[in-house]
Write a protein that binds this ligand. Structure first.
Ligand SMILES: C[S@@+](CC[C@H](N)C(=O)[O-])C[C@H]1O[C@@H](n2cnc3c(N)ncnc32)[C@H](O)[C@@H]1O
Length: 236
């Protein structure tokens, strides 16, 4: 097993989570409840967020043993081990067994690599045939607020419409263009992405794609709906 590594993508995820948590601090109740995280990776991006937001506690889960090992070192190095904890295991099993202590907000840069099967460079990054299996599962996990990365080639329109059917609105988001990295550049994946986009399940350019980190909510006290803007920012 390897550890997910993509500096630009992780930096965008961390920066966006930080800004959304800060801007919607009162409505997201994170100072009282903390937040849960699906997929720690090497933890550097969110460890910096925890360091920058006193009072934030993050309970994170990752299925990759080497990621958890690396994450614990990076978290300790940044001095936030008391507020950023990492468990090895499937988020959906672990969060269920946490004994009714679920926070109302979950954050994630979930696996979103679309491919016909799991046999890819890092199998833990497989997001199903359309790439959005994990974000859809997260939207069905019962959280009031979901802050998640949404990739332009992983059927984002279906993700946004499913979120709406589940009662979520898009409060806000931060979008950024990214170059294809080693995971999306794998020939089998690249060819699959090309086909998905040709079939209307997303967008990718010659060398890159878009990722937005969006705040989905079911909280009536968080007003507004930027779902259509999100879809447009992903070039759809
Ligand atoms: C795209 S990486 C993001 C890592 C980190 N948050 C970042 O942005 O740098 C997704 C991570 O989710 C983990 N993962 C995949 N499926 C998971 C699951 N069911 N439960 C917990 N973690 C999972 C992978 O091992 C991987 O480390």
């Amino acid at each position: 097993m390897t550890c997910f590594s993509s500096t630009d993508e992780s930096a965008h995820y961390g920066f966006s989570v930080c800004m959304l948590l800060d801007q919607y601090r009162d409505q997201l109740h994170w100072a009282e409840e903390g937040v849960d995280e699906l997929g720690t990776g090497d933890a550097t991006a969110i460890a910096d967020v925890v360091r920058g937001l006193p009072g934030l506690r993050v309970r994170s889960y990752d299925i990759s043993a080497s990621s958890v090992e690396q994450a614990r070192v990076n978290i300790a190095d940044r001095g936030v081990a008391d507020r950023y904890t990492v468990e090895l295991g499937d988020f959906f099993d672990q969060a269920d067994s946490a004994g009714g202590q679920q926070a109302s907000t979950v954050i994630s840069n979930p696996p979103y690599i679309p491919a016909p099967d799991r046999d890819i460079l890092m199998p833990e990054l497989w997001g199903g045939v359309h790439g959005n299996d994990l974000v859809l599962q997260l939207l069905k996990a019962g959280y009031t607020n979901v802050i998640s990365a949404v990739a332009s080639y992983s059927d984002p329109l279906a993700t946004v419409r499913t979120a709406e059917e589940l009662g979520y609105r898009v409060v806000n988001f931060l979008a950024m263009g990214l170059d294809f990295g080693p995971y999306s550049n794998e020939p089998k994946v690249r060819e699959h992405i090309r086909r998905l986009c040709a079939d209307g399940h997303g967008w990718a350019g010659e060398d890159g794609y878009m990722v937005a980190v969006a705040l989905f909510t079911r909280d009536p006290d968080l007003p507004g709906d930027r779902a259509d803007q999100l879809v447009k920012s992903l070039q759809l």
